[in-house]
Design a binder for this molecule. Structure first.
Ligand code: AHM
Ligand code: MG
Length: 339
């Protein structure tokens, strides 16, 4: 347990991953090597985000990403770093990155049994203001291994085997789950260059006091979404509840991170202008829904459990409400009653 750990006996991320491997007698170590590549990618991006101002990395790179948004230099760099590190690990056959239109197919000699889906630098439009940004990733087992075809990527979210994100903020935090109802949080020690276990066994409070949504879209919300958020702001006397506080950073990793630790609800719902919301299924909604569920919370589109969705295309989006179990039950109830 954590309390037994002396300062000379620290649980690094690498050690944690190796211990997880030992717990599974049939593990080959492939996932540990794969995770090492992810870890290196995160450290690289962290270093770049820290230096961005200084070495003038921030600025338009001159092209747009798949969704037609301006792409910052840092996005391009982060993506290239991840693609190179992941590919070199020899453990992946396919990669899906927010920054790349098509599936990235790994050269034959470097193919492995996993697929990784990731957003190398989410929230990058916030960077100029110094707001937290992050990397989100999910790892998937390809049933046919290196011989897999691309249709093996478009499966239900419940097939995900690793979900995680790294937040580049006032400190650099990596949150990770391999399932088993265990979510662990690590903090990068800049002196050691190692992620240290600082938030073991994260559990999201069943009920929180915070809601997190872009309220500027409320004009376009459907009746259920409106009713739900109204109920948080104007609780009935019978409920005995106080109004929830509002917090919205506009950077998914930061908003989800706070929701995991403090509870409440984070949402990017469907609206009249964006029927499927904004967030991408494969590399934003699925990993975050998986982490939330493994921490004891829930994630829904309003009517469907997020991890039951099966995307049709790699960059598909879905509406999402995630948070504590009781908070999300209220969301589901609002959708049953109002739509
Ligand atoms: P990005 O991939 O262009 O950075 O956009 C994703 C971000 C999320 O981090 C965040 O939850 C959302 O966009 C905020 O969107 P909005 O500005 O519409 O509220
Ligand atoms: Mg994104």
């Amino acid at each position: 347990t954590m309390t037994d750990h002396k300062q000379t006996n620290i649980m690094t991320l690498t050690r944690y991953v190796l211990e997880q491997q030992r717990l599974h007698p049939d593990a080959t170590g492939d996932l540990s090597i794969a995770m090492n590549a992810v870890q290196v990618g995160c450290k690289f991006v962290e270093a770049c985000v820290r230096k961005a101002r200084l070495i003038n990395l921030v600025g338009l790179a001159g092209n747009q990403n798949v969704q037609g948004e301006d792409q910052k230099k840092l996005d391009v760099l982060s993506n290239e770093m991840f693609v190179n590190a992941l590919q070199a690990s020899g453990k992946f056959s396919f990669m899906v990155s927010e920054e790349v239109d098509d599936i990235v197919v790994v050269p034959e000699e470097l193919r492995g049994k996993y697929c990784i889906t990731f957003d190398p630098l989410d929230g990058s439009s916030n960077i100029d203001a110094g707001v937290n940004v992050g990397t989100i990733f999910g790892i998937w087992r390809l049933p046919s291994g290196p011989k897999a075809t691309v249709d093996e990527i478009l499966v239900a979210g419940s097939e995900i085997i690793v979900g995680g994100y790294c937040m580049y903020g006032s400190s650099c935090n990596l949150i990770l789950t391999f399932g088993n109802n265990q979510v662990e949080g690590f903090t990068l020690d800049p002196a050691l260059g190692e992620f240290i276990l600082t938030h073991p066994d994260i559990k999201i409070p069943n009920r929180g006091k915070i809601y997190s949504v872009n309220e500027g879209n409320s004009l376009y919300w459907d009746a259920a979404t409106r009713a739900y958020f109204e109920s948080l702001k104007f609780p009935t006397p019978e409920s005995g509840r106080k109004p929830y506080s509002s917090r919205y950073i506009g950077s998914m990793v930061a908003d989800v991170h706070r929701t995991l630790l403090y509870g409440g609800v984070f949402a990017y719902p469907s609206d009249r202008k964006s029927r499927q919301g904004k967030l991408r299924i494969l590399y934003e909604s699925f990993p975050m829904a998986y982490i939330t569920e493994q921490a004891g919370g829930k994630a829904t589109t309003g009517t469907t459990r997020v991890l039951d969705l099966v995307p049709k295309h790699i960059h598909d989006r879905c509406p999402i409400f995630l948070g504590g179990a009781d908070d999300i039950s209220d969301v589901e109830k609002a959708f049953k009653e109002n739509n």
